[in-house]
Ligand binder design. Sequence first.
Ligand code: PLP
Length: 389
Amino acid sequence: MDMTADQMPLRESDWTVPVYAQLPVEPIRGDGVYLETRDGRRILDLYGGHAVACLGYGHPGLLDALRTQAETLLFQSNAVPMAVRAEACRALAAFAPEGLNRVFLVNSGAEANENALRLAFRVTGRQQVVAVQGAFHGRTGAAAAVTWGARERWYGYPRLPFQVSFVPPDDVAALTAAVTEDVAAVIVEPVQGVAGAVDLSAEFLAAAENACRASGALLIFDEVQCGMGRSGYPFVAHAVGVNPHVLTTAKGLAGGFPAGALVTTDEIADRLQVGDLGTTFGGGPMACAAISAVIKAILEENLMEQVRAVSERIRSTCVLGPVHAIQGRGLLLGLRTGPPARVVRDALLERDILAGTSGDPNILRLLPPLTLGEAEVDRLARALKEISA
Ligand code: PLP
C-alpha cells in the first residue's frame, strides 16, 4: 500500500544543513547505558553523545531535579540571584581543584573556553596564547583559534583574532620557551579528546603550571571532555596534582542538559567587573538544578571509583581482535586499531555496540556513561574478539 505524503516518516536530513555524517541508527529512548532504536534494537552506548550522558539515561536523581525545577521556575537570568544557582556554583567549586572557588556558567564547551581566554587577555593585558598541537577547544572564534589545524579544518572566519603558538604534546622544552612575558594564557586539554584520548604527561602539565607562574600567564585547563569524574577523579588536574588558574568544563556537567562553566580563583574573579563577561541562558535554573544533581550522583554513587575499576578492566581485557593498545584515562579511552577505527566502529555497531572515532584514523574512542558496569565491558571484549584484526 502506498503511503500518502503526510504518512511518510519525517527525514531529518530533509530539514537540516548537511554538516553531520550520521550513523544508521535512530535512538528513541534510553535506559541506563542502553539506547533503544526505532527498529527495536537495544544498543550498548559506549559513546554517550560525545561524553555528555555521564549518568546514562533515565537517572532518577537527575530527572527529579529537572522535573521539580521545571515545575517551580523554568528560567530566570543572571540579572537576579537564585538559590538554585548558588547551590550549583557551590557544588562545582567544591568539586573543582583546591583554590578554584568562583564560577561563571555558560552553555557549552566552546563558550566556556571563549570566556576563559577573554578573561586571560583582560587580567594580564597581554595578547598571545600558547596551545598544544592536537588540541580541540571548540568552534567559536577564540576557541577555534587555539584548536590545532584551525586554519585548515576548523576556522571559518577571515582571520585569527590573536597570535597563537602551538607546541608539541609533552615537549617541556618547547613549552617553556614559548611561554614568554607576552603570553596571556596557556590552554591545555590534559587528555586530548578529539585527538584520540591522548593523555599528556604529568611532567608536561606541571611544566605548564611552572612556566605560567614564572611568566605571569594564566594556565587554562580545558576539561570539557575529560572532566566531571570521567578520568576517575573529579578533574584530571586532581589526578596530576597541577593547579590551573582557570578550569573549563561542559559536556557531562549537567548530564545532558546544555551547560558549561569556567571556574577560577578568588584573586582572578575579583579583578573582573560588572559587564566583563555575560550570557543570556548561562546559569539558568534548569542547568543549575542538573549540575547539582550530577555532582551529587557522582559523589554519592562512588562513580569515580567505579570509573577507575571499569577503566582498568577495559585496559586489561580489550586489547584483542583489532585492538592493539589502549591510551587515555578513566572512561576517556582511545583503542588503537589495526584496521581503520571507522571499520571497527561499524563492526561493533552491527553487534549493537556504539563507539566513536577520533581525529586519529586508527583510534576508536570510548566515552561511555560513568555508570558503565563490568558486564558491559565483557560484552565489548566478546564483540571485539569476533572482529578481524
Ligand atoms: N573542548 C573540548 C576538549 C572538547 O572536546 C569540546 C567538544 O568536543 C569543546 C571544547 C567544545 O565544546 P562544545 O561542543 O560544547 O562547544
